[in-house]
Design a protein around this ligand. Sequence first.
Ligand SMILES: Cc1cc2nc3c(=O)[nH]c(=O)nc-3n(C[C@H](O)[C@H](O)[C@H](O)COP(=O)(O)O)c2cc1C
Length: 204
Amino acid sequence: MAKILILFAHPAFERSRVHASLLRAARSLQDVTIHDLYQQYPDFDVIPRQEQPLLEQHDIIIFQHPFYWYSGPALLKQWMDLVLEHGWAYGKEGLALKGKYLGNVISTGGHESAYGPDGHHGYPLREFMLPFEQTARLCHMQYLPPFVVHGAPDLTQQQLNDYTDAYVRLIKGLQSGSYDLPQAQRTYYLNALVSPAEPKPSQG
Ligand SMILES: Cc1cc2nc3c(=O)[nH]c(=O)nc-3n(C[C@H](O)[C@H](O)[C@H](O)COP(=O)(O)O)c2cc1C
């Protein structure tokens, strides 16, 4: 059974609708470690010695967060800056994360079409994920495509419930090893594993 660690970062969780639903569902699952970064480090004083063993103990690391300015919230970046140390995560001797998987679970205000050709946001969503993707690569990890909840402000309760159910299926499937992960890496969004229709790459 694969060990899953969800690193959760939401600076305004009390106002969250999407992640409140996703996280509540994830919390109900067995054997998933949920680490709420804003709760743990409200002053941004991330302690690498505390974080690194946690990563070492898990096989699949998920950054779960709202999409903020085409990236993650600030504390997630702070966490990356401090925890992914040279000689531990990367560099010749930095092999602690080798072979593990890293992926993002995100919500966006923008609709899928806004990340399409001529869309409001100018580039396909996956291009904005490149810093995460390449970080995984530098740390000898395998990057999983993101699981994405688009159009957060306009989601009906039913759509949010469907995304939440899909997220639960995804976590369970990852835990039980139901997916061919090298094949999953070739999807555009990980939603394709658990939803009927896969969002199309928006360009090229
Ligand atoms: C500071 C800030 C930056 C944001 N940046 C983006 C963005 O770059 N792209 C986007 O599609 N939505 C953006 N949004 C919208 C959020 O992604 C959206 O409100 C969130 O995913 C909803 O999830 P929640 O209900 O869990 O809070 C931003 C929101 C805030 C507050």
